[in-house]
Design a protein around this ligand. Structure first.
Ligand code: 5GP
Length: 185
C-alpha cells in the first residue's frame, strides 16, 4: 500500500495554523492531525487529548527516555513532542499526517523523513501578527514580545522549507497547501 505523506506546518502562533489544519483535514481524504504532547499549561478553551496531551515534565522525560517521540524540542520554556506510534501507524496505512510543529522539529523531521513536505506559514505582516496575539488575549505582553523576537530569528531558515505561504486569505492559503499536498502525493 502507498504510504501517507508527512506534512509539517510551521509558523508563528497566531498565523491561523490550527484553522488551516482543520480545513485541510476536511478537504483532503485520509488525512489526520497529529496531537502533540506538551508541558505547557492549558490555555482557556484547550482540551487535553484534543489540542495537546498536557503532561508534567516528569511524564514528558519518561517518554523521551522510552523513545516515544518522533521528535521533540524545547520551545520557549516548555517541551513539545510528536508521539511516534500514531504517526507511524497512520503513514503505513496510507493516511497523510499533519504536524503543527516548530522550526527545530521541522528540520529534525526532514532529516529522518526526507520525503516530508515542509510548509511555512507567515502572517501578512509581523505587526498584524502582534496585534492578533494581543487581541486573542491568551498570552501576556512579555510572552508575546518574546515570541516576536523568536520569529525574527527564525525567518532565515525559511529557505529550507518546501513551500512558503502568506496567510492573508484563508481560502486561498488552504487551496495552495491542498494542491501542493495532492501534487506531492
Ligand atoms: P503553542 O504553545 O503556541 O501551542 O505552540 C508553540 C510552538 O510549539 C508552535 O510553534 C508549535 O508549532 C510548536 N509545537 C507544537 N507541538 C510541537 C511538537 O510536537 N514538536 C515541536 N517541535 N514543536 C511543537
Amino acid at each position: 500500500m502507498r504510504k501517507g505523506l508527512l506534512v509539517v506546518l510551521s509558523g508563528p502562533s497566531g498565523t491561523g495554523k490550527t484553522t488551516i489544519c482543520h480545513e485541510l483535514i476536511k478537504q483532503i481524504p485520509r488525512t489526520a492531525f497529529s496531537i502533540s504532547a506538551t508541558t505547557r499549561t492549558r490555555r482557556p478553551g484547550e482540551q487535553d487529548g484534543v489540542d495537546y496531551y498536557f503532561l508534567s515534565r516528569k511524564e514528558f522525560h519518561h517518554k523521551i527516555k522510552r523513545g516515544e517521540f518522533l521528535e521533540w524540542a524545547q520551545v520557549y520554556d516548555h517541551y513539545y513532542g510528536t508521539p511516534k506510534k500514531q504517526v507511524l501507524a497512520n503513514l503505513s496505512q496510507g493516511v497523510n499526517v499533519l504536524l503543527d510543529i516548530d522550526m527545530q522539529g521541522a528540520l529534525n523531521i526532514k532529516k529522518c523523513f526526507p520525503g516530508a513536505l515542509l510548509i511555512f506559514i507567515l502572517p501578512p505582516s509581523l505587526e498584524i501578527l502582534r496585534q492578533r496575539l494581543i487581541n486573542r488575549k491568551k498570552d501576556s505582553v512579555t510572552v508575546i514580545n518574546r515570541r516576536m523576537k523568536q520569529i525574527e530569528k527564525e525567518l532565515k531558515y525559511i529557505p529550507r522549507y518546501d513551500l512558503l505561504v502568506i496567510n492573508d486569505d484563508l481560502k486561498r492559503t488552504v487551496k495552495s497547501i491542498r494542491e501542493k499536498i495532492i501534487n506531492t502525493n
